[in-house]
Design a protein around this ligand. Structure first.
Ligand SMILES: [Zn+2]
Length: 386
């Protein structure tokens, strides 16, 4: 769909303004159907609060987030609906509440799936309620009564780290899904360069293929989310579902950045998280390792790691990161990115980051020290370089 943007007018804008008013981002009596400057400011504030890209327009992802945001916890009964599960902010609130109390809902993805339903049933059983797995008024009241008494640990993330620790340091037999961003009719960032034309979609596919080769050599099963020049490409939500359906252990999305200012440059890595502090601890750790290895091995400027609630990161059920490997619009970054040897260094850095995620913290090694070409031998021998 074409994004709804400043200057637009009509019922869709009226609806957006109503939701924004219900979130107190616009005055309650706002009304109106003009996408004016006030609407744009409110949309930007909303996007910021949801960890979305802040562009002041309502595209598909922002629209879905606004639609989900209408629902405040307790305003409707929640249950596991098939085949179209209920989604919304109220579902996310419920999941975060259950997570805080130690129930296993998986990730707080705002989707009332079977795992959420089971966690609710377990909670109901322990509270002496009928364990039907639906969240009606009695369950809402029970949750409210417990109120703020139970807080603390994020059992889900601790469990995720445990699973990784118990799996041991080997990469052999693991499944990694690599997601070259964009593709098909969407080239991503495009920069003309003399008679040449560099596109993000092409460059990240090349990176993904190199990464596939390196990981396969270390005994990893690898799946890419798209080919080099597909007619059509999966949207991000479907790319996440693909990784889930494969039972992937790690998800790595590759992009390059772009900016109107040619001086913008550097590498940044994103992991799942929201601004109320919910974060994937393993995703955050993987992002940190990948980011540090890339900076150390390539010299790209360090634009650090950031938590985002993008669908790609939110819907994946395994540690997932999105790496923005340099700015294609920066002459310096671009000169490096078009050099295949540089792309090999980026890929080695990512492999080293993934390997370090599987090393117990006490056996972790200094950044830049893993020799990726020896990885297979090291891993097979069950020893770690110090
Ligand atoms: Zn991109």
């Amino acid at each position: 769909m074409r994004p709804i943007r400043p200057g637009d007018q009509g019922p869709a804008v009226a609806e957006i303004r109503t939701v924004l008013a219900s979130l107190e981002l616009l005055p309650a009596e706002a009304g109106g159907d003009d996408y004016d400057a006030q609407t744009e400011r409110a949309v930007r504030a909303f996007q910021q609060s949801r960890g979305l890209s802040v562009d002041g327009r309502v595209g598909a992802e922002t629209w879905r987030a606004l639609d989900a945001a209408r629902w405040r916890f307790g305003a409707r009964a929640l249950y596991h609906a098939v085949p179209e599960p209920l989604t919304g902010e109220d579902v996310r609130s419920l999941q975060e509440r259950l997570l805080e109390m130690g129930y296993d809902v998986g990730r707080a993805d705002a989707i009332y799936g079977i795992r959420t339903s089971r966690a609710v049933a377990q909670f109901q059983r322990e509270m002496g309620l009928k364990p039907d797995g639906s969240c009606g008024p009695h369950t809402v009241n029970a949750l409210r009564r417990l109120g703020r008494k139970v807080v603390g640990g994020r059992p889900q993330w601790l469990r995720e780290s445990d699973a990784i620790r118990q799996a041991g340091p080997t990469l052999i037999g693991r499944t990694v899904v690599i997601d070259p961003g964009h593709g098909g009719t969407d080239p991503g960032v495009v920069v003309p360069d003399g008679t040449l034309r560099w596109s993000e979609a092409d460059l990240v596919h090349d990176l993904a293929s190199r990464l596939e080769g390196r990981l396969a050599a270390a005994g990893v099963r690898v799946q890419l989310t798209r080919g080099p020049s597909p007619d059509d490409c999966l949207p991000d939500a479907d790319r996440a579902q693909l990784a889930n359906s494969l039972g992937a252990d790690v998800f790595i999305s590759l992009h390059t950045d772009g900016h109107a200012n040619p001086e913008a440059e550097g590498v940044a890595t994103y992991h799942y998280g929201t601004d109320n502090g919910v974060t994937s601890a393993t995703g955050e750790r993987l992002a940190g390792l990948v980011q540090r290895e890339i900076v150390a091995r390539t010299g790209l400027r360090d634009c650090r790691t950031h938590a985002k609630a993008w669908e790609l990161l939110r819907l994946t059920r395994m540690p997932a990161v999105r790496v923005e490997v340099g700015y294609l619009t920066s002459p310096d970054d671009r000169a490096r990115l078009v050099d295949p040897r540089f792309r090999d260094r980026v890929v080695e850095a990512i492999v080293a980051g993934v390997q370090r995620m599987y090393l117990p913290i006490e056996r972790d090694v200094p950044t830049g020290s893993i020799d990726v070409s020896e990885l297979r031998a090291i891993v097979a021998a069950g020893t770690v370089v110090d």
